[in-house]
Design a protein around this ligand. Structure first.
Ligand SMILES: CO[C@H](O)c1c[n+]2c([nH]1)[C@H](O)[C@@H](O)[C@H](O)[C@H]2CO
Length: 450
């Protein structure tokens, strides 16, 4: 447990880094031959993003990437998780390669390596080429081939320099937000489309891993957002609600990827909207993985309700501490989740590929400081929770704080700040917050003085 003054020993080689995503930081979405993504289109659809914010400029990382790599080095990061914009590489989604797009990421990777920072590359962080959405997007079974083709273009260009690859970031959010509830691009609302999109995403994951095994020589994995579900009461109804919520978020993607089957509850949840899948699909989806990335933010105390389609919902905790996004700060949930993962799927290496929180950060003080003690407390407690899981035998190999920079929080626009580095969106000035300086000291001591 977390005895005060305990000397925390993280495993040798534990990878300390930070994470971002292309659409959230790059800006210049159509520069140098890039094609539009569904988020370029979604953002320019009135009413879809708070305050009419768009990713047209964001953190201007597409132009400021060299300064941002220098900043990562100054902070002492050892790794950087980023995503590639598919439509910069393949403007129509398939076929013609845009060399300028490839060159951007090739230069970024070289700069990271020159500065002793290991790149972790995510192929897909939600920004599907608009041209593929016009062909049905994730509802089209051809999406698996499209994605494998895209992956192969990047493997050939970057493998050897990039040694840790991620196929998908959070297929749950892509499906739940983009196809069931409609809050995220492409903004569909259909309980019939959601399972189809979800299944094709996992087929695409499997196809991209298969393509990597033919082309690449290093590591590839899947990133999921999972969240421990705790019953709001000891009633049978709440226990059943927990089972449904757990199957829908936590098992829906890990089961097919690692066990080659869906949890039974999904048929109960979706009813007549749950198709009969071909057995061969699970042979494609279930590919040996070198690691799984877990994005952890919060827990959910869950009760039965009449919400759609789960009939299960989260209950706010009166004594809980909440971040600006309304997520409870609950570090113990990360320990519980990691133990569940190991007990359910075995000793697969794990990276915490996202963990962080949005808090109201004060403006830049006169001396250029930004005091964000709540974020430091959040990060410290979650790193201690990871350490507890490691001591209990979970093979956690690294931690990527979300996020390096304040950035575009999807449909919430720029209203939420997750960065350990503040971004002034008018001047594009970067200011490391106290949490960035703290995290750098943490990395330098390898977590010893957590
Ligand atoms: C529902 O929470 C998810 O685990 C989650 C949280 N987050 C994410 N996924 C995404 O991967 C990031 O792009 C978001 O910016 C980040 C913060 O919202």
């Amino acid at each position: 447990m977390n005895e005060p003054g305990k000397d925390f020993q993280f495993p040798q080689g534990f990878l300390w880094g930070a994470a971002t995503a292309a659409h959230q930081i790059e800006g210049s979405p159509l520069a140098d031959g890039a094609g539009p993504s569904i988020w370029t289109r979604f953002a320019h659809t009135p009413g879809m993003i708070l305050n009419g914010d768009t990713g047209d400029v964001a953190c201007d990382h597409y132009r400021r990437w060299q300064d941002d790599v220098a900043l990562m080095r100054e902070l002492g990061l050892k790794a950087y998780r980023f995503s590639v914009s598919w439509s910069r590489i393949l403007p129509e989604g398939t076929g013609r390669v845009n060399q300028a797009g490839l060159d951007f990421y090739s230069r970024l990777v070289d700069a990271l390596l020159e500065n002793g920072i290991e790149p972790l590359l995510t192929l897909y962080h939600w920004d599907l080429p608009a041209a593929l959405d016009d062909r049905g997007g994730w509802l089209n079974r051809d999406s698996a081939d499209w994605f494998a083709e895209y992956g192969s273009v990047l493997y050939r260009a970057l493998d050897g320099r990039v040694k840790k690859w991620v196929t998908l970031n959070e297929p749950w959010v892509v499906t739940d937000g983009g196809y069931l509830h409609g809050a995220l691009a492409p903004g569909h609302r259909s309980r019939y489309e959601a399972p189809i999109a979800s299944h094709n995403l996992m087929r695409a994951h499997g196809a991209a891993v298969q393509a990597y095994r033919a082309e690449g020589a290093h590591e590839i994995g899947l990133v999921v957002n999972i969240e421990p579900k705790y019953p709001a009461s000891d009633s049978a109804a709440d226990a059943a609600a927990v089972d449904r919520a757990h199957a829908y978020m936590n098992e829906q993607y890990l089961h097919p990827a690692l066990l080659g089957r869906y949890p039974d509850r999904l048929r109960e949840i979706f009813g007549d909207a749950w198709p009969q899948w071909p057995d061969a699909d699970f042979d494609l989806i279930r590919q040996p993985l070198d690691f799984v990335g877990i994005n952890y933010y919060t827990r959910s105390v869950t009760r039965a309700d009449d919400s759609y389609p789960l009939n299960a919902g989260a209950v706010r905790q009166p004594l809980g501490t909440y971040s600006e996004t309304g997520w409870e700060v609950f570090p113990q949930g990360l320990t519980d989740l990691l133990l569940w993962f190991k007990n359910t799927y075995g000793d697969i290496p794990v990276y915490i590929t996202e963990n962080g929180a949005a808090f109201f950060d004060p403006p830049v003080a006169e001396e250029g400081r930004i005091r964000d003690p709540l974020r430091i407390d959040y990060l410290r407690k979650h790193l201690r929770a990871i350490h507890d899981a490691i001591e209990a035998g979970v093979d956690v190999r690294g931690y990527m704080v979300w996020s390096l920079l304040d950035n575009l929080e999807w449909s919430l626009g720029y209203s939420k700040r997750f960065g350990i580095v503040h971004v002034n969106y008018d001047s594009q000035q970067r200011t490391p917050k106290d949490s960035a300086l703290w995290y750098g000291r943490m990395i330098a001591s390898h977590g010893r003085h957590l």
